[in-house]
Design a protein around this ligand. Structure first.
Ligand code: PEP
Ligand code: MG
Length: 837
């Protein structure tokens, strides 16, 4: 049994149980277990030796961390934060080492008594999930002399609390897990979010183990599978609501990630023959190239710990550095529309916020470890828990933790990340790769990827699939012995790496690779020509872009025009809004890069999931239904004026078309139209640019005929139109599977939009992700869409697809799809009608 830590009374007075504290947060033990003192002395003394790990800015509260890791929070008086420091004099500094009985804070109780509701001072163990109270005083205590309580560790810091650490629960319930793969990273993040939303402590109990619902790692560590029954325990003022929310999050349905990829079993080595290694398909395709063995050096860790305060600060700084680096990577991913990368870094942020992971590292520092050792050990303990699970999906998440561990350790040591350089077009072989390893490699570095470990559902597998790089995983360690530079043949589709390929196999593979490349090259060359259906209908294939560089790429890929410039990318990752002149220069650069093509530029679409901190838009309960799109322009008219003026001021403004996001009805459109006319008149401009409306809100689709009367064109934003029509948050990965624009409800709104536009002779485009879906193209064209705007790289394939379609048939068949009742039925039928080659 661990030795108990003795805590002396920090003040003289009468001991009270927490239930008698006139503050629900303390009374409900939200801050942890402990005792209160109704004080008669006024100098707060250290109850034991330790380090002052936190002093409130307003000096009314202080946390002392003892050598055994216990975090003792002392809070003087109730609601005393509102005194803003008046009446309190700190006698020590944060990071300072103090001895038992040392004076910490001087409180002027005669002043405080007149201002605060109570002088009752609370002493709680802030990390009560790992520390328990072994003894509690009652009655009168004397500061620095009487023992107030004894505290002992509940056992080694671990991702999962042991059974004896059962928290007291005000309310409990059972949930049957609906997530197809059990509680892995994304469901765990969902449960964590539900638990964090309430003033309550929530624990899950499963198979004799417990986990804090606010800890993603602990939740994953329980190894809960689909259909498992889990007990949920909650305590605190909002226990009831928290319990209901967590049960709902557990029972939510999310599809199995195994459905995302077909992972053939590892072929039996005997059947493969000599010189061949079998593995699991992670991304299909054939590749030939020289082997590049990839092993990142372990980051340096300083073993010797410095002052406690220094080590705490080193960890805090490193966590902050990694957090902001991940945020920038997420922004960059968002900018390039790289949803896979964005979702992966989002999951990494949730891990970095994990209270169990960071708490375990902090406790280890309290026990005398250096920041590096503490974080490395904490991350490794968690990794071992995950790797030991029977669930491969959870075991693969250990790789994400390894990625984070490496980044945090590098940030602590301050060393640069030294990674081997991979020559272009290599077949990279590694024990395992992390998402960061892959993110840091140039696009042309990899012809293929072979991993000794890993799995088909790992984040790395998702990334290689998204990039179209053939990849094989779980081949076993033998591949790590293959000589660098040796030419090998990777047939990921059939799960084989051929280390000594015969000349005829190499020749056959080369022919296939060349044929595929030729098809793509042919499509690229053809892409420079306009696309018509077989029966002669011109379909404009346009590009979605963010800046001038994208505009050049669009022109190179054969875009007929730009269908959507998301102007918000000019505004993010800055300290303040771009000036009118800066904007004009940026818009001009895009027009110039397009060499005579037209460009549709959308006015600022911020709010909702797109945050621009310096605009200080108000906090909202439902941002997706709040001040976003054109509404944020109405809320900041000067900003909208600047943007419209910058667009009007460009040379060759006749090639520029203005598009308004999130328009709900005609009033929105007329308001901007009138302002645009005023601004143009002030500038002496008579020829106004065309003005279009995005159809992203169901009301706009329903009123498309009214909008088309006043707009020059309509462009359907299927991303938002789907989210609002199906009432499914587009940013919630757990709802993603049902967020399919091929839903008949969406198709009917698109049909209605096209009919409304046709009434006034206007054209309709689609600039949401549905336009990039080759399966959806015939449906959209059949419903009356004549412009499709997509990422530049997709243009050649989309144009080839359009050229193989017959408009009359598309029209006929699209009508029949409107009568189906689910997206799955629509897709199945569309595949039958328009099989893809
Ligand atoms: C859309 O909603 O489909 C759209 C194109 O706009 P964004 O994705 O920028 O919200
Ligand atoms: Mg949108």
């Amino acid at each position: 049994m661990t030795q108990a830590l003795e805590l002396k009374a920090p003040l003289t007075g009468t001991v009270l149980p927490l239930e008698q504290v006139p503050d629900p947060v303390f009374a409900g033990r939200m801050m942890g277990d402990g005792l209160a003192i109704d004080p008669t002395s006024s100098t707060l003394l250290a109850p034991c030796d330790g380090v002052v790990t936190q002093i409130a800015r307003t000096h009314h509260a202080l946390t002392l961390t003892a050598a055994n890791g216990a975090e003792i929070l002392m809070h003087i008086g109730i609601d005393t934060v509102s005194l803003k420091g008046e009446g309190f004099k700190p006698l020590v500094a944060q990071g300072q080492t103090v001895t038992c009985g040392q004076a910490l804070i001087e409180a002027d109780f005669s002043f405080i008594a007149g201002k605060a509701p109570s002088l009752i001072t609370v002493v709680v163990i802030a990390n009560s999930d790992t520390q328990e109270m072994a003894e509690r005083a009652t009655g009168a205590v004397t500061a620095g002399q009487s023992i107030l309580m004894r505290v002992r560790a509940k056992g080694a810091a671990s991702a999962v609390a042991d059974a004896s650490a059962t928290p007291s629960a005000d309310t409990t319930a059972w949930a049957v897990v609906g997530h197809g793969d059990g509680v892995h990273a994304r469901p765990a993040a969902m449960i964590q979010a539900a638990a964090k939303a309430f003033n309550a402590r929530v624990f899950l109990r499963f198979s004799g183990q417990e986990a804090n619902a606010r800890s993603v790692v602990s939740l994953m560590g329980l190894g809960i599978g689909h259909g498992d029954r889990v007990e949920v325990l909650a305590s605190g003022p909002e226990a009831g609501q928290a319990l209901a929310a967590v049960v709902e999050a557990l029972e939510a349905h999310s599809p199995s990630a195994h459905g995302e990829v077909e992972a053939p079993a590892v072929p039996a080595p005997a059947a493969l023959g000599a010189g061949k290694v079998g593995g699991v398909l992670a991304a299909p395709g054939l590749a030939i190239g020289p082997v590049a063995q990839f092993a990142a050096a372990e980051p340096r860790v300083v073993e010797l710990a410095g002052e406690l305060g220094t080590e705490y600060n080193a960890l805090a700084r490193a966590l902050a550095t990694v957090r902001s680096a991940i945020m920038s990577q997420m922004h960059a991913a968002l900018k390039h529309g790289d949803k896979a990368m964005q979702a992966i870094f989002d999951a990494h942020l949730a891990l970095l916020d994990d209270p169990e992971l960071v708490g375990a590292a902090e406790r280890a520092i309290g026990q005398g470890k250096s920041a590096g050792v503490a974080f490395r050990d904490a991350a490794r303990t968690q990794r071992q828990v995950l790797s030991a699970m029977n669930n491969p999906l959870l075991a693969e998440r250990a790789n994400d933790l390894k990625d984070l561990e490496r980044r945090v350790l590098l940030a602590i040591s301050g060393d640069a990340d030294q990674k081997p350089v991979v020559p272009p077009r290599s077949i990279l072989i590694a024990d395992d790769l992390t998402p960061s390893d892959l993110a840091g490699m140039p696009a042309d570095a990899l012809a293929g990827v072979v991993l000794a470990r890993g799995g088909a559902t790992s984040h790395v597998a998702i990334l290689v699939r998204a990039r179209g790089i053939p990849a094989l995983v779980a081949t076993g360690a033998a591949v790590l012995q293959i000589e660098n530079g040796l030419e090998v043949l990777l047939d990921a589709t059939h799960g084989v790496l051929d280390i000594t390929p015969a000349a005829d196999s190499l020749q056959a593979a080369r022919q296939q690779i060349d044929a595929r490349r030729d098809t793509l090259e042919h499509m690229k060359r053809q892409a420079l020509e306009p696309a018509h259906t077989l029966d002669g209908q011109a379909i404009e294939v346009a590009a979605n872009i963010a800046n001038e560089r994208d505009a050049r790429e669009a022109a190179r890929c054969g875009a007929d025009s730009v269908g959507l410039l998301r102007s918000e990318f000019l505004f993010i990752e800055r300290e303040s809004a771009p000036s009118r002149d800066e904007q004009q220069a940026a818009y001009q650069a895009v027009l110039d890069a397009l060499e005579g093509r037209n460009a549709i530029m959308r006015t600022l679409d911020v709010g909702g999931d797109k945050e621009v901190p310096y605009l200080s838009l108000p906090q909202e309960d439902n941002p997706a239904l709040g001040l976003r799109g054109i509404r944020s322009g109405f809320a900041r008219p000067a900003l909208l004026d600047d943007q419209l003026t910058a667009m009007l001021a460009t040379r060759q403004a006749s090639r520029l078309r203005i598009l308004l996001p999130m328009v709900a009805d005609v009033a929105d459109l007329l308001r901007v139209k009138a302002r645009l006319a005023e601004l143009a008149a002030e500038m002496g401009i008579t020829a106004l640019p065309q003005l279009g409306v995005m159809i992203e809100v169901p009301s706009a689709a329903l009123l498309a005929d009214q909008l088309a009367e006043h707009a020059d064109f309509l462009s359907i934003g299927t991303n938002d139109l789907t989210q609002y029509t199906l009432a499914r948050d587009r940013c919630n990965p757990d709802l993603a599977a049902g967020l399919d624009p091929m839903h008949p409800a969406l198709l009917r709104l698109i049909a209605q939009t096209a009919a409304g536009a046709a009434k006034h002779g206007r054209w309709v485009g689609v600039c949401g992700a549905m336009a990039s879906d080759l399966e959806a193209a015939p449906v959209l064209i059949g419903l009356g869409v004549t412009e499709l705007s997509v990422s530049p790289g997709l243009i050649p394939e989309l144009k080839a697809r359009v050229r193989a379609l017959d408009l009359a048939m598309c029209r006929r068949e699209a009508q029949s799809l409107l009568l189906l009742s689910s997206a799955a039925e629509v897709r199945a039928r569309a595949r039958e009608i328009w099989p893809q080659v």
